[in-house]
Design a protein around this ligand. Structure first.
Ligand code: ZN
Length: 178
């Protein structure tokens, strides 16, 4: 049995929340008051529904009695209509923005982007990644060519070269051509 048109509309268009979709067994909504995203782990109960809209709003449209209330089922259907929540797509967009915000890399003599060491602890180098801007940690205590840890995130990034920010190593670093 399909839901009456007005109830669909109420879930798809209301002043309290926007359904974002589902992810596995979870359901996601964005709260219009704060803009924050709420994830319901598993099927929502009435209490969870009351967190995103007043109980009076729910009860004026659906029953809240018994297990698996019509309000809960309507909510689950509304999230399901939205489809899978594109969490990975959103994470990938944020990663791309972060990468785009990095300054042009400094190239070493070998032509690789320089990953400058910002700290050394117990045989590990902590380097500032020229691709993503995060600090990556490399073991073995040897300078030279390395695969950046964010390789899995971007796929197309090149190796970089671990360098010290000392006078001698800065000597053979050249600024990337503008
Ligand atoms: Zn990185």
């Amino acid at each position: 049995m399909s839901m009456p048109e007005t109830e669909r509309d109420a879930l798809d268009q209301n002043e309290y929340f926007e359904t974002l979709g589902y992810s596995g067994d979870d359901f996601l909504v964005r709260l219009k008051s704060s803009g924050s995203t709420v994830r319901f782990i598993g099927r929502p109960n009435n209490w969870m529904l009351s967190l995103i809209a007043p109980m009076s709003w729910w009860s004026s449209r659906w029953s809240l009695r018994g297990r698996g209330t019509t309000a809960q089922r309507a909510f689950v259907r509304a999230c399901s209509r939205r489809g899978p929540y594109a969490e990975e797509a959103i994470a990938s967009r944020i990663a791309d923005e972060k990468r785009a915000a990095q300054p042009a890399p400094v190239l070493t003599q070998s032509g690789l982007p320089a990953a400058v060491i910002v700290a050394e602890t117990g045989g590990y180098f902590h380097v500032q990644c020229p691709h993503c801007g995060d600090v990556h940690r490399h073991g073995a205590g040897l300078l030279g060519r390395r695969v950046p840890h964010c390789w899995g995130l971007y796929r197309d990034v090149s190796d970089y070269e671990l360098v010290r920010r000392s006078a001698s190593s800065v000597d053979h670093i050249e600024l990337a051509a503008a």
